[in-house]
Design a protein around this ligand. Sequence first.
Ligand code: UD1
Ligand code: CA
Length: 485
Amino acid sequence: MPKTRNSQAQPGAAAASRGQGSFAVAIMAAGKGTRLKSRYPKVLHHVGGKSLLAHVVAAATRVCPAQDVYAIVGHDAERVKEAMAGSGIGFILQKEQRGTGHAVMVGEDILKQYEHVLVLTGDAPLISPLTIEKLRDFHLQQGAAMTLLSAVLERPYGYGRIIFRGKEREVESIVEEKSLSESQRGLKEINAGFYAFATKPLFENIHDLGTENKHHEYYLTDLAAILAKAGEKVVALQAAEPHEVLGCNTRRELAEVDAELRTKKCLQLMEDGATIYLPQTCVIDCEVTVGPDTVIEPFVHLLGATHIGSECRIRSFSVIINCEIGDGVLIRNGCVMDESRIGARAMLGPYTHLRAGCDIAEGAHMGNFVEGKKLKLGKGSKAQHLSYLGDAEVGESVNVGAGTITCNYDGFGKYPTVIGDGAFIGSDATLVAPVKVGKGAYVGAASCIIEDVPQDALAIGRGRQVNKEGWARQKREARAAGKKS
Ligand code: UD1
Ligand code: CA
C-alpha cells in the first residue's frame, strides 16, 4: 500500500461521487528533451530565469497543496529532484521513459488514491494557475472521465490535433503530428498537454495503451480514443489564452517563450510604477521586484531573486544578481553585483564589482573599479576609486583612498581586515590581513600595513623620501654636453 499523502485520499473518500472529490497533480517531467541536444534534462532549461519545471510547479501549487503535487521524473532524475528540493512536492520515478502514457502508468499506485488527477506537461511554462483551475472546474462540471485543454494555434505544427464528434464537441481522438492524414493537417485545435482524469476510468483503461506508433511509445493521448470507445465522456476545454500552452521542445521555442515571459515581466513592473527605458533591451527575471519611481535604463540585467526599492536609478549595462537594494539607491553604469545587500541612498559605480556576500550600508559610496568580496561597508563610508576590499569589515564614515588593497589571501587561507569608524585610509595603502585599523586612525598614503593600527594613531609604512637638490638639472646638462661633442 503506497503511503497516503492526502487525508482526502483515504479509501473512504475515494468513493465520493465525481464532482467533489480529491485531486492530485502529476507533472510529466521525465523526458530527455532530445530536440534540445543538451547534456541537461529538458525541464531544467530556463526561461524567464526559472526552470521550465519550476514554472509549472509554481502554477500547480497555487491550485493544489504541494503535498498533492508530484513530478514524474526519470531522465537525470536526481538532478531534477535536487532542483525542486524545497518546493514540497513529491516525486514518482519513471525509470525508463517509454512515453507520456507510460509516465502516468508508473504513478498508478499513488495517483489512484485520489479521485481525480490533473496531468500537466512539464515543458509548457506559461500555463497560469487560473487556466489549471478552469480545467479542473470544467472537468468536474462535465463529470467527464477525461478532460483535455485545447488551444487554437496559428502554427499548430508539432502538436497533437483533436478530432471532435457531434454537436456536443465530445472528443473522439487525438492524432499526433506524425500520424496526421493530409486532410487532418489543416486542423488548428491542438492538444495542449494538460489533462484532468477521473482516476477510476483512467487506470481501468490505461493498460490498453499500445506502442504501435512512430516512436514505439505509450502515448497518453491515445487514451482519448480508448475512453471514448468505452463509452466514457471525453471533452475539451479551449484555452482562453492560447499562448499559455506553448511547449518548449527546441532552443528556438525556449527563446520565444523566454522573450514572452520577459516582456510580460517588464509590463508588470511598469504597471507597478517602475520606469523602464527600451524594455526590450533589458533582461529581467520573473522573481525580480522593483519599487515605484525606480528608473531602469536600457541594457540592464536584473536576475534571480533581486529586489529593488523605490526611487532608485539603475544605469545602463549593470548586471544585478540576487541582490537586495534599498530605496533611493543609484547604481551607475556597468556595475556587476552578486548576492549582496545595498542600503538606502547608497551610490555605486560606474563599474563597481560586488562579489557574493557584500553588505553596503545606507549612504555608502563605491566608485569606479572598486571590487568588494564579503565586504561590510558601514554607513556613509566611501571607497571611490580602484580598490580591492575582500573579507573586510569597514566601519561608519570611513574614507578608503584610491587604490587601497586588502591582501586577504596568502596562498593558503583568507584573512579579515577590520577598519574602525571614522578611519582614513590614504591612497594606495596595502593592508596585509589579518589586520585591524582602529577607530579614527590615519594610514599614510602608499603604506604597507602589516601590524594593527591603534585607535586615533597615524600609521606610515613606506620608504622615507630623499630629495637630491639639482640632480635633474645636472643630468640634463650632462646629456646636452655629450650630444655636442
Ligand atoms: C505531447 C503530446 C501532444 C501535445 C504536446 C503538447 C503525447 C504523445 N503527445 O507531445 O499531443 O500536443 O505534448 O505540448 O503525449 N515525458 C515523460 N516521460 C516520457 C515521455 C515524456 O515524463 O516517457 C514528459 C516530457 O518530459 C515532457 C512531457 O512529458 O515534459 C511531454 O513530452 P514531449 O515529448 O515533449 O511530448 P510532445 O511531443 O511535445
Ligand atoms: Ca513537448
